[in-house]
Design a protein around this ligand. Sequence first.
Ligand code: ADP
Length: 271
Amino acid sequence: SHQRIDVGDGKDELTELANAYNAMLNRMQRNIEQQKQFVEDVSHELRTPVAVVEGHMKLLNRWGKDDPVVLDESLSASLQEIERMKSLVQEMLDLSRAEQVDIHYKDERTSVRELVNQTYNNFQLVHPDFTFILDDDLSEDNYVNIYRNHLEQILIILLDNAVKYSTNEKTVHLSASNNGPNIQIAVQDFGEGMTEEDTEKIFHRFYRVDKARSRYKGGNGLGLAIAKELIEGYKGEIWAESVLNHGSIFRVELPKLKDQENQTSDETRKH
Ligand code: ADP
């Protein structure tokens, strides 16, 4: 509905004004398209579980009432889909909160070593069929400025994925080390991996390398988008290196806290 202004290519003020206006229009259009895409993605993601539950309800309605096997199967399949929808909605809320920038990025002096060790222990407990290898190269000087729960959330997303996308080799390496002014945490698996192109796309929300397979594994393509949103709020970085069919490494880096900054502070700041 908005018309672009065309004033030829003279180098006067009017041209500048027209260019600025056109650039603004482009930006607005991109925002609208992104929003449309988001709504479309969400609808698409919810349609499948809704259809599955609907199918089971119809089945129950016709035959299930007198057939305990159908009853059992349909109920548990429906509950599973409902769980999926619940976690999808929760993650969408998290993500939209992060994007509305009212997420509370909280300053906290967090020990990477302590957190990595605790998360490692938890995963060993929850996944006894996996071998987790902890590689902690940190000295005593291992504090970063990030709300502990946020860093934990990021680690859980990466470790969950490492477990989810491991095929035969059920080994996951977790490491923490110094890298210049930063502390780096790495999560490595020897699973299905991905192409180099995909190592960037996977941080976009709802992007999944293999839609069918990932959905079957309970994935919805939001974990990494959330992890990225969180870490960037603390001036950190996250990226992936991967070889298809050989495995992946996910790396997270945060600037180290210097000694004089090692005071506890729980002031809340907004972005
Ligand atoms: P999902 O809930 O689908 O796992 P994520 O945002 O966490 O969503 O990941 C997006 C996609 O990136 C996944 O669907 C999967 O295709 C790919 N991916 C993530 N982690 C790994 C991994 N460790 N190995 C292989 N592929 C991965």
